[in-house]
Design a protein around this ligand. Structure first.
Ligand SMILES: C=C(O[C@@H]1C=C(C(=O)O)C=C[C@H]1O)C(=O)O
Length: 407
């Protein structure tokens, strides 16, 4: 028997260099844990909903046999079981680990030295809301009635904004802008072009919500639900945080998500730890109730993608009960969500990886960007407040596009 080839040492990269090296068509993903930049396609990973972790594992094994060193599967999966997915084993992967293991200082990720980010995409925008804001508010009202009448307990209703510029949108600049504004976010850019698309299509965003990660035997999920706009005014922000902590409506909305995540992970993990009360976490645009759930898996346990598929869709983006919520979304939302409210991330041969909920994102193609934002509707939800919440959530992408205030 021949002895295995010695492992090739991984080259060391700087996070900021990887961000700067992003080119249209690359896969980029950064989080507190590190940066992954992938280029070229060694293999496409196909597989139906619920079966993608198995397809990914097969593709990774085949890649090893074909001589790919340390292969990973990267990409995005859409919201609905019959939505598309865009998963590949890339030809080349470059990584930068966060110094000290788990967090960046702002400077690590910043390309260059600018202090105040300026939106790099200077476009005069035409904005088309889909549906019109009052129609969205009406659908929230309808969902509240459904919740009052029957079995539906929570449904997340989303709306879209189409932004059309006069010139092509630079995904590279948009990604850079999102990372510079919020180095703690899970920032991503994924080529999701499909056959027949007139121009390449890229899913780009900065999600605050970790669906699940696995590092060695440690599994972490960080569901969010229950939100307030972050204004930047210290007194109003302090009030928003104080309100969130005691709002029965938000705490109930949050508890539904945390319970589902804990229930699903409980099927796979030992030593599950679920804090009793949520914390408040902030992004530059929002405050959210947040619960960090951790557990452990044994050797040969489920991969990060298997866990992600089992968790998706959480009630943070769909609802309770899940089938009824999905049907309600299909009936009340006029636009197909596409990749929005799906998952984006990576998984490797050992099962390590990280998957985030695809929110605070846009699908960009040439001069257009389609943004989605949603809000959880529960008993007693106020349509105007839910509409305002979606406007606030659009803020992440709108600021980066230089279109703040249009939603
Ligand atoms: C659905 C979105 O966000 C989700 C819904 C939240 C809520 O309803 O409070 C909070 C965070 C996310 O889990 C979105 O940003 O589009």
């Amino acid at each position: 028997m021949s002895s295995p080839a010695p492992a090739r040492p991984r080259p060391v990269h700087r996070a900021a260099d990887l961000l700067a090296a992003y080119l249209p068509g690359s896969f980029y993903y950064s989080s507190a844990r590190g940066v992954l930049l992938a280029d070229g396609v060694h293999a496409h990973v196909r597989g139906a909903s619920g079966n993608r972790a198995a397809a990914a594992a097969e593709a990774l094994e085949a890649a090893v046999l074909a001589g790919v060193a340390n292969p990973v599967v990267v990409g995005a999966i859409g919201f609905r079981p019959d939505s598309g997915s865009s998963l590949i084993v890339p030809a080349v992967v470059r990584r930068a680990e966060a110094p000290g293991g788990d967090s960046w200082t702002d400077g690590d990720l910043r390309p260059g030295r600018e202090e105040t980010p300026r939106p790099a995409n200077q476009n005069p925008w035409t904005v088309v809301p889909r549906p019109a804001p009052e129609v969205y508010a009406e659908s929230v009202r309808e969902a509240v009635d459904l919740i009052a009448d029957g079995e539906l307990r929570k449904v997340v209703l989303a709306r879209a904004l189409d932004l059309v510029g006069e010139h092509s949108i630079s995904v590279r600049d948009l990604l850079r802008d999102l990372v510079v504004r919020d180095p703690a976010a899970h920032a991503f850019a994924v080529d999701v072009s499909a056959p027949g698309d007139p121009a390449p299509r890229t899913l780009v965003g900065a999600s605050p919500e970790l669906l699940v990660s696995r590092k060695g035997n440690v599994v972490t999920a960080n569901p969010l639900a229950g939100s307030r706009r972050r204004t930047g005014d210290p007194a109003r922000d302090a009030q928003a945080i104080a309100e969130l902590r005691v709002s029965e409506k938000d705490l109930n909305e949050h508890a539904l998500v945390a319970a589902q995540v804990a229930e699903v992970l409980g099927r796979y993990c030992t030593g599950l730890e679920v804090p009793e009360k949520p914390e408040v976490m902030g992004t530059p645009a929002m405050w959210h109730l947040s619960t960090r759930v951790t557990g452990r898996v044994g050797p040969g346990g489920p991969s990060s993608l298997e866990l992600a598929e089992a968790l998706h869709p959480t009630p943070a983006v769909c609802g309770v009960p899940v089938d009824l919520a999905r049907d309600t979304i299909a009936r009340l939302e006029p636009e197909d969500r596409g990749y929005y409210a799906g998952l984006v991330g990576w998984t490797d041969l050992a099962g390590d990886g990280e998957w985030v909920v695809t929110i605070r994102c846009a699908e960009v193609s040439d001069k257009t960007a389609r943004l989605f934002a949603g809000a959880g509707v529960v008993a007693g939800s106020d349509p105007a407040a839910e509409l305002a919440e979606t406007s606030a959530k659009f803020g992440t992408l709108l600021r980066a596009l230089g279109a703040e205030g249009v939603a």
